[in-house]
Design a protein. Structure first.
Length: 842
RNA sequence: GGGGGCGUGGCGAAAUUGGCAACCGCAGAGGACUUAAAAUCCUCUGUCCGCAAGGACUUGCAGGUUCGACUCCUGCCGCCCCUACCA
């Protein structure tokens, strides 16, 4: 453990103070400059920032500072996703009001972020629990209501019988309530929904137009939307005139292979189809069994399919064949029509069920030769299918659908897995849903001029008994904005994912008080050019935000179609085999690391240890290494200040991207060193721009520092680094380049050293260095000589030596000759400037 | 069951995308400085054979394509993530 560290505490405080005092990272719209909107997913103010959080901010800051140096007008804001259940839990457990708890956390975490030295424009801070923020979300809610994009319906939700409350999907872990561990049960309840399904097609289509997104996130979104094309039609129930069952299928071509049909156990038509009391009792038993079973084992890989054969039969509209009707647990009410035609010949699930229940199986697609499998889902020629015989599957799908349409029996149908977004939460700490219920007028939206509907401060929070707002008489009892009579307020609050669906727009004009955001500001800044956040939001937040942006566009508020042009999904920070989190008790606190090693070292380690998309194992020794490296840079610069011309009499500083004839090295060692400098510029720039491979960028800088030390040590001993002025110029070029390249990774220490060199203007107002092509040019290269693929020698040759000459040099090489010996030379492969491979035969 | 990803030294990782496998760092060994320690600096460190020069082997396993494969193809094995009877 080191005892001799550079004074990072003083330096970090000093530069944070200067950046703040000079408002260096405050930005305004400036049409004359290209903009860059760099955004990290804002945090929930849960208490303290730990090293698991630091990673995303370090990445964001690095990109923001890099883009500053590339000449962009960079918007880099921060705020708080401040509504959420933990605040309510804290209130229940410790008696602290959610407002107090939340704002105290925000104050602490803001200080932590400031001490990390992240380049935020703090004038744009946004806090979502502020009525001035959620007011606009309420206004949009009303507009969505007017357009049918927000609606109320009864549906099945997760209900915790012990807490007496609805739980969001994310609050259910393995079928159990995250708070009290009791088993969650489905329950029918009224709630509010956003009609995200109206945008399913557009959300899907744009997945192909987001090249800056990781493919796996796009895949997850596509799967979540789950578009499938097929047909819908009715199966008349035999003996029940007028009664028919609607089914959806993606394989209308297989309809002649239907040997039975299935209803989901909870299908509403079951009660009409089944009239006999004895059979009804059997249905009730079956339903209970299914309900119980689904709670016990949802993840069992190959659980048997349970089914109950009903006495009713349904008719295949294509051939009038009557087939048995079943209730079965493998058909769910939540998808399609909750009923299917079963074609065991071409569907694996149907095959399995048919085998278990002794049902006939008809093949309607000719199997490939040698087919030994069961259900066949591939392409082929139709057989046993009446008028479809001889067609391919695709043709038959079309013909079957046309047949249904022409007879008015069905229609082509597109189905989505995506469900409408349920936004009702029976909680206190969220944005109130701005509607009222009036005895005379029914459901009425709050009038715009009465917004915001603010959360009452006085509330009893017990975690039991439904929405806490329902017990606040002063909130519930209100006046109908339409008739002036008495009305009751809606007591559900909105899902907190609504706030995070537009905060990036609010940052464009955070204080704007005539609307959600100022049009001009949003037109200038949006969309976000680089978004950075965890993979856990691959579907939820990122899909909601895309949807909400499109709604705002269709309301005429913005012109953008998509909020985030590029997305970087960073991996988790792991300690002791698990994601760093408060509940697991494996956090390394940001305060501790900053006190012991400094903010720069903490950031450097997290950027260096792994590429950003991979998980990162926290390692105490790793941060020692990062700290050691920064100390090395510090000692070198401070130790060579006189030679580097730092201090009170700065030399005229030349931008490193400009070649000065006077500094061009005259010795081979000098040229090699200068090549190393410019090679590093090229590599670091490439690594940041191309793949976000910050770990290799840092490795390149470390190599340059190693070369720098070697050059400085060797130069004095007469090995040919050139005369003193030349050596000093090269050292200065190398040091300045190192500081410029390292700046976005470790802003404080580099800024301090930059000023020690005599610069009076911030490092982050400098231009990012550009590699000098002249310096990169090599005159000689080492070429590998292989004999039959094995390296046997090396040649030092002039760059671009002719193939013929390379061949001769290789064959004539003394190290190579013995390996060729008397063997016959079949051919010689020459890769210019790389290698020669001599291929021989005995 | 479906979809995606991964597999390289003791560890985190790298490899200009088909051309010298292991850059950079961590850990370890030896040495210098020191009364001593810490810090710092230098040397070594994929495995095996060899005093050495040098050689053989090595990117989960088995094949294939190629002058040449960590990289491309096929089949296995193992791990991780997502999703779950989606009709």
């Amino acid at each position: 453990m080191s005892t001799d560290r550079y004074p990072f505490r003083e330096i970090e405080a000093k530069w944070q103070g200067i950046w703040e005092a000079t408002k260096q990272f405050r930005v305004h719209e400036d049409p004359s400059r290209p903009k860059f909107y760099c955004l990290e997913m804002f945090p929930y103010p849960s208490g303290r920032i730990h090293m698991g959080h630091v990673r995303v901010y370090a990445i964001g800051d690095l990109l923001a500072r890099y883009k500053w140096m590339r000449g962009y007008n960079v918007l880099h804001p921060m705020g708080w996703d401040a509504f959420g259940l933990p605040a309510e839990n804290a209130a229940i457990e410790h008696g602290v009001h959610p407002v107090i708890w939340t704002y105290e956390n925000i104050d602490y975490m803001r200080t932590q972020l400031m001490k990390m030295g992240i380049s935020y424009d703090w004038d744009r801070e946004v806090t979502t629990c502020d009525p001035a923020y959620y007011k606009w979300e309420q206004l949009i809610f009303i507009k969505m209501l007017e357009r049918g994009l927000a609606y109320r319906k009864r549906s099945t939700v997760n209900w915790c019988p012990s807490c007496q409350t609805v739980l969001a999907n994310e609050q259910v872990e393995d079928g159990r309530c995250w708070r009290c561990d009791s088993e969650v049960a489905p329950r029918e309840i009224d709630g509010w929904f956003f009609k995200i399904t109206s945008y399913a097609d557009e959300l899907l289509a744009w997945c192909d137009r987001l090249p800056g997104w990781p493919e796996r996130v796009l895949t997850m979104q596509r799967n979540w939307i789950g578009k499938s094309e097929g047909a819908e039609f009715d199966l008349p129930v035999a003996g029940h005139p007028g009664l028919s069952i609607r089914v959806f299928t993606t394989r209308p071509d297989t309809v002649f292979g239907m040997t039975y049909a299935v209803l989901a156990p909870e299908h509403p038509l079951v009660d009409q189809v089944v009239t006999d009391p004895v059979e009804r009792a059997a249905v009730a038993r079956f339903r209970a069994e299914v309900a119980r079973q689904s709670e016990i084992e949802r993840t069992a890989a190959d659980r048997p399919k349970r089914g109950l054969r009903l006495s009713a039969r349904v008719l295949n509209p294509f051939n009038e064949a009557a087939v048995p009707l079943f209730l079965a647990d493998y058909v769910v009410m939540g998808y399609g029509t909750g009923a299917i035609m079963a074609v065991p010949g071409e569907d694996e699930r149907d095959w399995e069920f048919a085998e278990q229940h002794g049902l006939p199986i008809i093949e309607t697609v000719k199997r490939p030769d040698g087919w030994t499998g069961k259900a066949y889902t591939g392409d082929g020629v139709k057989v046993n299918s009446g008028f479809l015989d001889g067609l391919t599957v695709a043709e038959a799908k079309r013909r079957a659908t046309d047949w249904l349409v022409s007879r008015g029996l069905g229609a082509a149908k597109v189905n989505y897995r995506l469900r409408d977004w349920g936004i009702s939460r029976q909680r206190y700490w969220g944005a109130p849903i701005p509607v009222l219920y009036c005895d005379a007028c029914g459901m009425v939206p709050e009038a715009a001029q009465n917004l915001p509907v603010t959360l009452p401060r006085d509330v009893q929070l017990s975690g039991k008994g439904g929405s806490p707002l329902a017990n606040v008489a002063s909130f519930v009892n209100a006046i109908c904005p339409r008739c002036g009579g008495p009305a009751r307020r809606e007591t559900d609050t909105m899902d907190t994912f609504v706030e995070s669906s537009w905060y990036f727009l609010r940052y464009c004009s955070p204080g704007y008080d005539s609307g959600m955001f100022e049009r001009g500001a949003a037109d200038y800044w949006m969309p976000v050019d680089q978004y950075i956040g965890g993979i856990e939001h691959a579907v939820l937040h990122l899909l909601y935000a895309r949807f909400y942006t499109k709604v705002l566009r269709d309301l005429g508020l913005t012109k953008i179609d998509e909020p985030f042009m590029a997305l970087l999904s960073q991996g988790m920070v792991i300690k002791d085999g698990a994601k760093m989190s408060k509940s697991k008790g494996n956090v390394v606190s940001d305060d501790f690391v900053r006190e012991k090693y400094g903010a720069d070292a903490g950031r450097l380690f997290e950027l260096f240890a792994a590429p950003p998309e991979k998980d990162l194992e926290w390692n105490d020794q790793g941060i020692e290494g990062a700290s050691r490296f920064l100390n090395r840079v510090w000692r070198f610069v401070v130790g060579h200040l006189t030679e580097l011309g730092g201090g009170e009499t700065p030399p005229p500083s030349a931008p490193p991207d400009r070649v000065r004839a006077a500094t061009l090295p005259t010795t081979e060692a000098g040229r090699a060193f200068r090549r190393a400098i410019h090679e590093t510029i090229r590599r670091v720039t490439d690594d940041i721009e191309r793949e976000f491979h910050f770990n290799t960028a840092i490795a390149a800088i470390m190599e340059l520092v190693n070369a720098l030390q070697a050059f400085a040590a060797a130069a004095g001993d007469g090995t040919g680094a050139g005369a003193a002025p030349e050596r000093a110029a090269l050292l200065r070029e190398a040091v300045e380049t190192t500081l410029l390249l390292l700046g976005p990774f470790c802003p404080h220490v580099t800024e301090e050293l930059w000023s020690l060199l005599g610069h009076t203007e911030s490092l982050f107002k400098q231009r990012w260095p550009v590699a000098d092509p002249g310096a990169l040019q090599k005159t000689e290269v080492t070429v590998v000589v292989q004999v039959d693929g094995k390296v046997r020698g090396r040649l030092l040759v002039d760059v671009d030596t002719a193939d013929d000459q390379m061949r001769q040099l290789a064959l004539g090489d003394d190290r190579v000759k013995p390996w060729v010996g008397q063997r016959h030379i079949e051919k010689v492969v020459v890769v210019p400037n790389r290698l020669v491979n001599i291929v021989t035969r005995a």
